[in-house]
Ligand binder design. Structure first.
Ligand code: SF4
Length: 340
């Protein structure tokens, strides 16, 4: 394993803990992770390396207004790039190379999150009583990498404390509910089971797809059965669990594959215990679609999408309507956010 360490990250305890986990690695010290990560560059000896870095700005970003179920939501970054290799993943063209970056200055990232909340409380009073969501897993699979990032142990307890914030020197009880989502295709729930409490403000969202499609399009992710086992273990302990059917793939035979899949999971998971379900299809802006197509011309599912008037590529109306009905029928008591 090759590890690059930014010079400004060397003295952080987190850096030392990570190096303990990768004892026999070759280490190269660098000035700025961007000099490596923002370049079209392939490692000489291995495809992926680890870069340990400090994030100095933009650790918390506004999520687009249409993203999921609340108008006030943010993405935050503690790492970049993913060990998994989903064919359709936007990370494939969002970043220039496949190295993984892990940021070690968690305290600064937490401060950035608190800052966002304070700004909402101070400047957007109409949001005071609404939900505010922070999405942690849009840049990598956080749960998979927890064994060397200790993300859960750091951020889940932190999110339990955020309803009380120091605003202009005064401790204020914030009426908004503040939540974090950890989205995953990993069945690694050990860091959750190792917590000393059941979190109220963190929801674990498992992305599910039929096993046949996991094998073909979601390389190296946990199997469907392993994810279902993890879901059920967490439900038994009263964790808040979401299921995301994301993305639904317009493969040949999709009706058969997905109806068998729905029958299968209906028997394995009690959907009334699931906090919410969400289903969505593949969606790319025209620009992103052209980028991924130029890189992966032979990716069959790309050729099954249509360009709509809003300049987004998505599945045909017929496919979307079929999915909509299927997932509406799955469990009417659960929320299904599937528009067409
Ligand atoms: S698990 Fe998520 S982040 Fe990782 S490659 Fe797949 S889609 Fe991308």
């Amino acid at each position: 394993m090759l590890i690059y360490i930014e010079k400004q990250a060397i003295d952080y305890p987190q850096t030392k803990k990570i190096l303990e986990k990768f004892k026999n690695s070759k280490v190269i010290y660098i000035n700025n992770y961007k000099n490596l990560f923002d370049k079209n560059y392939t490692n000489l000896f291995s495809k992926k390396s680890l870069i340990i870095a400090k994030i100095n700005s933009n650790s918390v970003l506004d999520a687009p207004i249409w993203y999921w179920h609340t108008k006030k939501s943010f993405f935050f970054k503690t790492s970049l790039n993913c060990i998994y290799d989903c064919s359709y993943c936007y990370l494939k063209w969002a970043f220039k190379n496949e190295n993984m970056v892990v940021f070690i200055n968690y305290e600064d990232i937490k401060r950035d999150i608190e800052e966002k909340i304070k700004n909402i409380i101070l400047w957007e009073k109409s949001w005071k009583q609404n939900e505010i969501w922070f999405y942690s897993s849009d840049y990598s699979d956080i749960l998979w990498m927890d064994w060397f990032s200790w993300f859960c142990n750091e951020f889940i307890p932190f999110f339990e404390t955020l309803n009380l914030s120091l605003v202009e020197g005064e401790w204020l009880h914030i009426e908004s509910e503040i939540f974090m989502e950890i989205r995953t295709k990993s069945s690694n729930i050990k860091p959750l089971l190792d917590l000393w409490f059941i979190p109220k403000n963190t929801e674990i969202a498992f992305s599910l797809n039929p096993q046949k499609l996991i094998d073909k399009y979601e390389k190296w992710t946990s199997s469907l059965d392993a994810r279902i086992n993890s879901i059920n273990k967490l439900l038994d302990l009263w964790f808040k669990v979401w299921i995301r059917f994301l993305p639904l793939l317009p493969v040949n035979d999709y009706e058969k594959i997905y109806s068998e899949f729905i029958d299968y999971i209906k028997n394995k998971v009690n959907f009334c215990d699931i906090n919410s379900t969400f289903a969505s299809w593949l969606l790319y802006t025209k620009k992103d679609y052209n980028k991924i197509l130029s890189k992966y011309m032979d990716l069959d599912i790309l050729h099954m999408l249509d360009l709509d008037n809003d300049w987004f590529y998505r599945e045909s109306k017929k496919v979307r309507e079929t999915f909509y009905k299927m997932f509406k029928d799955l469990d009417n008591n659960c929320i299904l956010c599937l528009e067409y």
